[in-house]
Structures are given as structure tokens and as C-alpha cells.
Design a protein around this ligand. Structure first.
Ligand SMILES: Nc1c(NC[C@H](O)[C@H](O)[C@H](O)CO)[nH]c(=O)[nH]c1=O
Ligand SMILES: CC(=O)[C@@H](O)COP(=O)(O)O
Length: 135
């Protein structure tokens, strides 16, 4: 099975950590695609899912709260949009987007001691793809 990673590059260092975590699960074999930020992830995931080339898509990104409510919109639409693509296409698209208060929380969740959000997203994609294959 072939998998894809689409990553929001808003925070480039976090993006690299997330991709590294996911590729560790994909054994380095996933195709990687970049978008500006988390808000673009759903449409990019739809493009990839509709190719028919991928058994799943790990959608990765990092959203760090600022001074305004912009954070809420970006996070909500990324989550909602990624789920809609999964349900619409039947191609599992994992939500590997950090939604955090600060950089320390982000680093802790990209293999920095609390969890590896990229790896978890890749594991979820593989799990759902295998489930679909079994049915
Ligand atoms: N503030 C963050 C953003 N904002 C950018 C949006 O995702 C989007 O690219 C823009 O609104 C143009 O459509 N994106 C992140 O990934 N993380 C952030 O913290
Ligand atoms: C998550 C965001 O969009 C955030 O980075 C924007 O910062 P601000 O709310 O201070 O404009």
C-alpha cells in the first residue's frame, strides 16, 4: 500500500519533526506534499485521495494560539475538513495537527517526550487502510 503525507509548513521546524515521525512509521516510503498551513490541509488531502494512488493520507501541521480567535477557525476547519474528506472519499485521512498554546507544547508532542503526533497520524492511517482492505 502507498501512503501520502501532506504537511502545513507554517512552522517549518515543527513540520519537519512531524514528517520525520510519520516517515518513521511509513519506513520512509510515503510521498510528501507541502501546503502553507493547516487551513489548506483538507483540500490538499482531497486532491491526494481523489488520485486513487494512496491508501491513506497523514495530514500534519501545527497551530499555535495567538492573540485573537484566528486559532479557533484554523483548528476547527482543519479538523472538520479532514474528517469530511475521509468520509467523502473513503480514504483514511488522519488528523495529525498540533493545536497547542505554545512552542514548548508543540515540541513535546513531536517526539519531545509527551508523544509523537506525526507517528500517531501515520499509525492511524495504516490501521484504517488495513481495516478497509480486510472488508
Ligand atoms: N496561524 C497558523 C496558520 N495560519 C495560516 C492558515 O493555515 C492558512 O495557511 C492561511 O489562513 C491562508 O489560507 N496555519 C498553521 O498551520 N498554523 C498556525 O499557527
Ligand atoms: C493560529 C493563528 O492563526 C495565530 O498564529 C494568529 O495569531 P494572532 O491571533 O495573534 O493573529
Amino acid at each position: 500500500m502507498k501512503f501520502a503525507i501532506v504537511v502545513g509548513k507554517f512552522y517549518e521546524d515543527l513540520a519537519e519533526r512531524l514528517v520525520a515521525g510519520a516517515q518513521g512509521v511509513f519506513n520512509g516510503n510515503a510521498d510528501v506534499f507541502e501546503v502553507p498551513g493547516a487551513f489548506e490541509l483538507p483540500l490538499a488531502a482531497q486532491y491526494l485521495a481523489e488520485t486513487g494512488r494512496y491508501a491513506g493520507v497523514a495530514c500534519l501541521g501545527a497551530v499555535i494560539r495567538g492573540e485573537t480567535d484566528h486559532y479557533d477557525y484554523v483548528c476547527a476547519e482543519a479538523a472538520r475538513g479532514i474528517m469530511k474528506v475521509s468520509l467523502k472519499t473513503g480514504i483514511p485521512c488522519a488528523f495529525g495537527v498540533l493545536t497547542v498554546e505554545n512552542m514548548d507544547q508543540a515540541l513535546a508532542r513531536t517526539g519531545g517526550g509527551k508523544r509523537d503526533q506525526g507517528a500517531h497520524a501515520a499509525e492511524a492511517v495504516i490501521t484504517l487502510a488495513k481495516l478497509k482492505q480486510q472488508l
